[in-house]
Design a protein around this ligand. Structure first.
Ligand code: GUN
Ligand code: ZN
Length: 440
């Protein structure tokens, strides 16, 4: 080992999912609970993972072992849809999507032309992700270049893997928030050259949604994607009935909402569509055949009254899905709270969401939705060492409840129903402890 190797050695109770699956009934077979485990990472990557006893030969006299005897260690949570500039506007009263955008969102986002302001909120945002155990996120910035620089600079301080991009929006928004087809193309291209693949940063071409881009701008977005096939596409799709009707009015020549994006070359393996609450059957087909992914955002869908996302259908139709908080239409940064609401959304449709399936969506399944499951999502050696140390009993009520749980599945379900940021004891990014809850 070279003297400048950054090595982390953690002992504790680990839980992860060994492999991606194509059916939820197969997840239980892939659940890997290591009661007394050892994880070693070097320079951000996992080099050894297994039972503590089996790992003794891996340890050196110089190793400092971080021991969590009473906690549960899981892979870092993955948020597949969130807006960093909306951090300050969570809980804006009374409106559904289109009115909510005009009344609250656009005025808030105007502030991000100011680099200093954007940096201040970006720092807060990254801290909030860490505090909630989220180690990777796919993030909307604003139309301003400065907002993207601010976010990637904040992420770099922790070597955090974020995917983000400048919003493209050249109509149906205030002048202070619009670009043009040309400027969006050139600015996005400059940002791709500057940030995509720099450290752990990745770029997403980010047209806000079809109603706020002209055909010229969508053409330019598609051109960028063709020039840089390994960058992401990140947008919204089929969230609200009025929004869908508006898209049909604006693009009458297309068969439906998703066809607009498909027509301009914006579907594909690295395309993530937030919401998809009201997809039509032919759109499910298109999502599957293009290998596009959905970000399911339950707290947002409930808060804006958008509708109930049919999660079960993602399995039936073999479409990739991850969880999104969608701050600030969503109401919590916390994936535990997001899972709590995800469960209820399924209950209202007569479906179930098991604890193991929930864990899958929050970790390995989310990584797969972002085409990052070869690098993230579980503790397999070679993957990046992003993980969360969970305290299952931070409150009197959770302590009582956890004392009554019968097995790990039951304990996990209680955690997902009752948990919040108080359960996040520590968050490790790329092998480094980036956050630790202060004990008061
Ligand atoms: N559709 C277009 N923009 C937005 C946004 O900022 N939030 C949500 N939830 N949906 C959108
Ligand atoms: Zn959104």
């Amino acid at each position: 080992m070279s003297p400048d190797t950054q090595r982390t050695v953690v002992r504790g109770r680990f839980l992860d999912i060994a492999q991606t699956v194509t059916d939820p009934s197969l997840i239980a077979d892939q659940i890997r609970l290591t009661e007394d485990g050892l994880l070693i990472s070097e320079n951000g990557k996992i080099t050894w993972f297994g039972n503590w006893q089996d790992g003794q030969s891996q340890l050196t006299d110089e190793d400092h072992i971080e021991y969590y005897p009473d906690q549960l260690i899981v892979p870092g949570f993955i948020d597949t849809h969130i807006h960093f500039p909306q951090t300050e506007m969570v809980g804006a009263y009374g409106e559904q999507l289109l009115e909510w955008l005009n009344t609250y969102t656009f005025p808030t986002e105007m502030q991000f032309s100011d680099k200093e302001y954007a940096s201040q909120i970006a720092q807060f945002f990254v801290q909030e992700l860490l505090k909630n155990g989220t180690t990777t996120a796919l993030v909307f910035c604003t139309v301003h270049l400065e907002s993207v620089d601010a976010l990637f600079e904040a992420a770099e301080q922790h070597q955090m893997r974020l995917i983000a991009g400048k919003v493209m929006m050249d109509r149906h928004a205030p002048d202070a928030l619009t670009d043009t087809a040309e400027s969006a193309y050139h600015d996005s291209k400059a940002l791709i050259e500057k940030w995509h693949g720099k450290g752990r940063n990745l770029y997403a071409i980010t047209p806000r949604f079809a109603p706020t881009s002209t055909e010229e701008q969508l053409t330019r977005a598609g051109q960028l994607k063709a020039e840089y096939p390994d960058v992401y596409v990140h947008t919204h799709l089929s969230e609200n009935h009025n929004e869908i009707a508006w898209v049909k009015e604006l693009f009458p020549e297309q068969k439906g909402y998703l066809d607009v994006y498909h027509h301009y070359g914006l579907t594909g393996e690295r395309s993530v569509f937030a919401h998809c609450v009201h997809l039509e059957e032919h759109e499910w087909d298109c999502m599957h055949t293009t290998d596009s992914a959905i970000a399911f955002c339950p707290t947002s869908n409930l808060f804006l009254g958008s509708g109930l996302f049919p999660l079960k259908k993602t399995w039936d139709r073999q479409v990739k899905v991850g969880l999104g908080t969608d701050i600030g239409a969503g109401t919590s940064f916390c994936q535990l709270q997001t899972l709590n609401e995800a469960y209820k959304v399924q209950q209202l449709q007569g479906d179930r969401l098991s604890a193991f399936e929930s864990l899958y969506h929050a970790t390995l399944g989310g990584a797969r939705a972002l085409s990052l499951d070869h690098q993230l999502g579980n503790f397999n050696p070679g993957k990046e060492a992003d993980f969360v140390v969970l305290n299952l009993k931070p409150t009197a009520l959770q302590q009582l409840r956890q004392q009554r749980t019968r097995n790990i599945e039951d304990a996990l379900f209680a955690l997902f129903t009752m948990g919040d940021d108080r359960n996040i004891q520590a968050t490790y990014i790329y092998g480094n402890k980036a956050y630790e809850q202060s004990i008061t």
